[in-house]
Design a protein around this ligand. Structure first.
Ligand SMILES: [Zn+2]
Ligand SMILES: [Zn+2]
Length: 214
């Protein structure tokens, strides 16, 4: 599996990732927050056919480009059922909280749901869904066991973790989710929703939030 990180045009938006199965060129696209030229070029240049759009959670910075992404990619989109309400709500997507008044939220529904333990298969590659609430009720991480990769959304970041003070957030749930992540065996490369990649071993030892957990 090849991981292509896509830096959004606008810094308020999340990282997107294009994951390409190199045997078949089937792909998945994670978090279409800002689906503009960078994203389209990355997909075109990869030669990949995107099978699924996957969302780590429903905040606007991860989902606002969903309708553009669906049009361009012709792919079905999945989110955890507890975050589907974000796709049609300026409140739950945090557009109200962050006063994102100049952008439109085109109401959407999931084509399929992502639940704990689901296996997402594309070509000879796969990702396992881990439900990791705390930042949002329907937050998930995608775990590539064979490729030793985690796409952690806004649950786990380099040296820190997602905020829990917004709609549906829970610090206690976030701590449980972080515990499940660090309990995975061995090391993984972690690709978060914001900022730079990291790895699980670094986070077990150095992460500010994990070190403070009781
Ligand atoms: Zn985010
Ligand atoms: Zn978020």
């Amino acid at each position: 599996m090849k991981v292509i990180g896509i830096t959004p045009e606008y810094s308020a938006f999340a990282n997107s990732y294009l994951l390409v199965d190199e045997d078949t060129l089937e792909a998945v696209y994670i978090d279409p927050g800002c689906f503009l030229e960078n994203a389209m070029n990355a997909v075109k240049n990869s030669g990949a056919k995107v099978k699924y759009i996957l969302m780590t959670h429903g905040h606007f910075d991860h989902i606002l480009g969903l309708s553009e992404a669906k049009k361009f990619l012709g792919a079905e989109a999945g989110i955890h059922p507890a975050d589907e309400r974000c796709l049609s709500s300026r409140y739950y997507s945090l557009m109200e909280t962050f006063e994102v008044n100049d952008l439109e939220l085109i109401p959407q529904k999931a084509d399929f749901y992502l639940n704990e333990g689901d296996l997402i298969e594309f070509g000879n590659s796969s990702l396992r869904v881990m439900h990791t609430p705390g930042h949002t009720p329907g937050g998930v991480c995608f775990i590539g066991e064979k490729d030793r990769v985690i796409f952690s959304g806004d649950t786990l970041f380099h040296s820190t973790a997602g905020r829990t003070d917004c709609a549906g957030g829970s610090y206690d749930e976030l701590c449980l989710s972080l515990r499940r992540l660090i309990a995975l065996e061995g090391n993984y490369t972690v690709y978060p929703g914001h900022n730079i990649p990291t790895d699980l071993e670094h986070e077990r030892r150095r992460n500010f939030v994990i070190r403070r957990m009781k």
